[in-house]
Design a binder for this molecule. Sequence first.
Ligand code: C2O
Length: 555
Amino acid sequence: AKIRKYKWELKYEYKSPDCFKKLVITINGRTPGPTVVAEQGDTIIVELKNSLWTENTAIHWHGIRQIGTPWFDGTEGVTQCPILPGETFVYRFVVDRPGTYLYHAHYGMQREAGLYGSIRVSLPAGVSEPFAYDEDRSIILMDWYHKSAYEQAAGLASIPFQWVGEPESILINGKGKFNCSSVATPSLNLSLVCDVSNPECTPYALTVIPGKTYRLRISSLTALSALSFKLEGHNMTVVEADGHYVEPFVVQNLFIYSGETYSVLIKTDQDPSRNYWATTTVVSRRPLTPPGLAILNYYPNHPRRYPPTIPPPGPVWNNVSLRVNQSLAIKARKGFITPPPQTTDRMIVLLNTQNLFNGFHRWSVNNVSFNLPHTPYLIALKQNLLHAFDQTPPPDGYDFKNYNISIVQPNPNATTSNGIYRLDFNSTVDIILQNANTMNESNSETHPWHLHGHDFWVLGHGTGKFDIYNDPKKFNLVDPIMKNTVPLHTYGWTALRFRADNPGVWAFHCHIESHFFMGKRIRESYPPSISTQSDSQEQGLKVGVAIEFKNVGVE
Ligand code: C2O
């Protein structure tokens, strides 16, 4: 195993990823940042210099479990203090499994300012994957706002609440195309602000050679949007999800939620005399954002040559069952199944709701909206600073009997806390994510939940209210996929199981930036996400869950 050293400097710079010029956070001058490429077992060392003059920062290595190194998880307020302007912090951790992972800011809403990138871990030489391909390519998807994260955060935390709205564009490998002529407030010199001929926003071209098989690693770190990814004229065979092998299945549209990674195989077996569209469309929310476009370039056609066709439309945005069906289709690959424990030691049900707290819009879990403490949990626990956060854990469930998940709640008020769930070391824990109606009539949102420090088995997805007596009988205990991020579909539930075998304090939260921000995270162990939304308002829900393991000292 090797040691791989990176020196990164964070800066604010003007960039035009979708032709519209704005300040973005760059790593060594780039957004998305450089891809971390490593082999299983390697040690990654990132010397991170914060040259954002007025902001703190922290970077989370999303999907890397940090076994034995919880303090390098990069979660500000949970596992570390923020890195101050001018300071350098050195992350050092081992990538212990092959697969496709991500990294991104875990401070404020900096991820959507451009601080994100991919991690690709290959198998050691001589070991091969259970599928064959000729070339390996990465595609990272992002949604993009023209307002700064500050303006958005201020609006979310205001009375009256100001929802961030839909993103202006979708970026594929950092490139999108905004229709500059649609800018509503003409500025004095618009061409300086928005210029469609700027080379920074030429569509990304994925160049392929006809007659080969490609592995595409597709990942999403969107601030808000659930997406569908499509390659015109090409089916995709899903083979990997969040670093685990999937029993192969074929899709024409790949649904992908913020924080997820997939590998698909494609065959470049279409008419080689032309190029094809790669399109990314918004699902689950009414798509006011135009599709993201890239070019699947068949060599030797020119990479800028537009395909002769109209970009194919994505799936209907509000067809939930298409999305649930994909979730249900993802199973562990035969021969690579890690069976889950057949029973659990503890079940925690997390009801995701949108609420009010003192008039502020917040997301909550079990009616508690998460706040981060001033002292990071990991430090507070190691130093035994019991006053640093609320010692009362958040509730393990909600009022199952009386709560009607299908309606707007008559009393939307919630409380806030920074308490966390404490889990016994090596115990098996089930988490049931329960969705519900938001504060708007007939509206429920999709929440991608991400757990730090662990992978979980996805035991099931269902519609309506989870029945604690009967639904566990339907769990898939045979070949469930393991993941670190999973969608909670509208008005439905998602059941997870994991083993609390990695001592530390870990966030568990909705990966939507504004939901996390609004719920703040807590060290609760979990969830919260809140998101709310509605086309005009949402905010705050962030729920964080941190998991702490009792009885185990962290070094
Ligand atoms: Cu990718 Cu806590 O996030």
